[in-house]
Design a binder for this molecule. Sequence first.
Ligand code: GCU
Length: 138
Amino acid sequence: AAPVRYESENATISQGVVESNHAGFTGTGFVNFDNVTTSSLEYTVTVPSAGPYSLKFRYANGTTTNRPLDVAVNGTLVANDLGFPGTGAWTTYQTITATANLVAGTNKIRTTSVVAEGGPNADSLTVDTVTAAATPVA
Ligand code: GCU
């Protein structure tokens, strides 16, 4: 299936605000997490079948300090302290990819800040099928 992009500004925001003052985002803006450990963002993601998917988080971090996020799928932690290192500028967006199993239908993917500085500026989450490495023929 084709990758599907979910804009952070359409996600459920807990302790964060939608902003658009740093160009380079897709959609209408990005989410600026509050600078606290509990700020979070929950995307509602729908996939046709159960299995592993690539979760591609597009973000900017104009500091030189990592801003890790915990990633949970349907309430289960799937990536602990996933790293979002500095991108050089708040207008420079990069992508960090995690892999997680999703269920068929609706999934709740939550990213939560784990350091006092909060998370990076969150532009979007793209969900894509995982391309398996070719299996060598014996
Ligand atoms: C700056 C920047 C924000 C960013 C914030 C932060 O204020 O303009 O976009 O979210 O720093 O450090 O979290």
